[in-house]
Design a protein. Sequence first.
Length: 729
Amino acid sequence: MIYTGKVDEIIYTNEENGYTVLVFDADSDIFVAVGIFPPVTEGEMLKIEGEFKENKKYGEQFVVNEVNFVMPEDEYGIVRYLSSGLFKGIGERLAKDIVEKFGTKTLEIIENNPDKLREVNGIGKKKLAEIKACYEETRRMKESILFLQKYDVTMNLALKIYRKYGESTVDMMKMNPYILINDVEGVGFVTADRIALKIGIKPDSKFRISAGIMQTVIESGVRAGHTCLPEEEVIEGARKLLQLDKSLIENVYYGMNDLRKETVDGQILVTTSVNYHAENGIAAKLVKLNMTVRKNDVDVATELEIFERQTDIILDDNQRKAIKSVFDNGVTVITGGPGTGKTTIIKGIVRILENRGKRAILCAPTGRASKRMMEATGVEAKTIHRLLGIDGIGKTASYNEGSPLPCDALIIDEISMADIYIFSALVKAIPLGARLVLVGDKDQLPSVACGNILSDVINSKIINTVFLTEVYRQASYSMIVENAHRINRGEMPIVKNAKDFFLSSKSNIKEIQNDVLSMIQTRIPSYMNITSADVQVLSPIKRTEIGVEYLNGLLQEALNSDGEELVHKDIKFRTGDRVMQTVNNYQLEWRRIKGSERQGTGVFNGDIGVVSEVSKGKLTVEYDDGRKVNYEGSALDELSLAYCISVHKSQGSEFPVVILVLGRSSPMLLTRNLVYTAVTRAKKMVVIIGEESVLKYAVGNTYTAKRYSLLRHLLLKNRGKAELLWGNE
């Protein structure tokens, strides 16, 4: 439906994303219109396209899909337009005088012969200059937005682009739209390429090929966690993306200065400058920490005896070895599965340092992981972002090279979940002489994030690593730990007579779906005396009828069919829904009623919360740690329902009960470390729903996707440089 009319009243506007609620007058057909609008004023003429929808709280509204400017044509409309506040110094009285003088040709006079306005009493040289400047600025803004809309750019994105480039918008877009990828948040290659091709940029343009090559390298990180790619894969990937001859790709590729190339084991690996500096910075700092560690003045054996007496814990040789390594080395890796004593070791390190008057800082990549760390050790732990004081993209962390963290040791749990960017920022902030302890489980899935930190550090063999293998949690207490280690050894889990580990053998898709629903609605809550909110469903796959997306829809209808609703890109968000933040967003503001930190910025990939409020095109999410965050506009793209999440996304989290849904899917997804990772997310109970044969296949499948990274290579390279300069002592 299309209406042409004027803005009668503006009820609400979000200046950040353009979401507006206004009263629209289309030839006396008056209604409320909502959607993303350009900056508009009361009295302004618009042509809007959309459809009427019923809002449970606010009644019928016209939801706008497209907005176009229309200049007012009658004298009344022109008066309202001029006196709307858009033109500095023109009130209603002066607007009437101008229109009385020039009639319906007023706007034509302002645009083509503005000096004639001097004929109106009250308009002198200064006021004329102000009117001309305001009109010109408004004209340029409208021209830019209309230009972008011609190329299917949404209003929200058009506003972002105009705010970035201002009056240069049209010229910049005509010359090279691919600059949007680096300059405007939320614009990727696909969007920039669509705009460019519609504007008329040639498919074999150097700008396009260069952007396509960069996209191939960057997308490999987003999609598969690579920090680099083999040269031949970069060229072939760009050829497929751009649909151009290989020779054209190579001509541009070999002349690009913003790519770095490293030869590793005879293979040329290509990375971006950003990724190279992040991984090389990590490597250089780890080598330096190992070289500059202060001489150990701690009698570790005596301190361990004191710790054992104070805690009534008897450490085994491997645990003692791990703690001793921390005081003998600048950097230590401690890796082991569930129940192998990692928490006990952390407690011992902290206690020894405290007894010596020294300080340890504990952190983890995610809020859930840091919360688990704090609950297990009894020592305060923060997310890496919060620890560093990172509160925005491009902003300097509170702690960095010039302002190091006040600690003698830094202990990081779930290190494999960290991406190279946040870890790079963290190691920069570690003071020389301090000890760094990296704790993780090498047998879990590789991180969703870009990089392969734990594996690369271990495989470099230049950082002392302690492998924990002894299991201390007894099977009589929990079959979860016992079965996790059985799975890790390639053995089927024991389910017979288990009270906290079950296999519900189902093969039919509908049976699996119904079993998931009955388990989470009644059977598990009744058996465990818990609520459905304590049960987390996990799936290896995103799509299909037993994938994350489909199961989320089923679970939402079963568990939360009522409540205020906001529909965004086919996802229904309701008050009471469990949701997850799917990317790092350093700029999202949050507030907290309780706690020392009442407000700040930054919500991160994997954070899980509940929708607490829905109103006027926005919703509020309350996260587990008490942070409340408002979402609207493009920020809603970063939210997903979280009744069911992928096994990858569950890393670093712990849930009272886990339901793992296993169906027949790609063999590359049904792997041993996937089942192991899922099982180790559960605290009190595991239920696997699917065919026993599928579980058996997954437990026996040791396939691990190749992940390209440079950290191992750069660790060895930096170690070699250090030895050349200082010797190997």
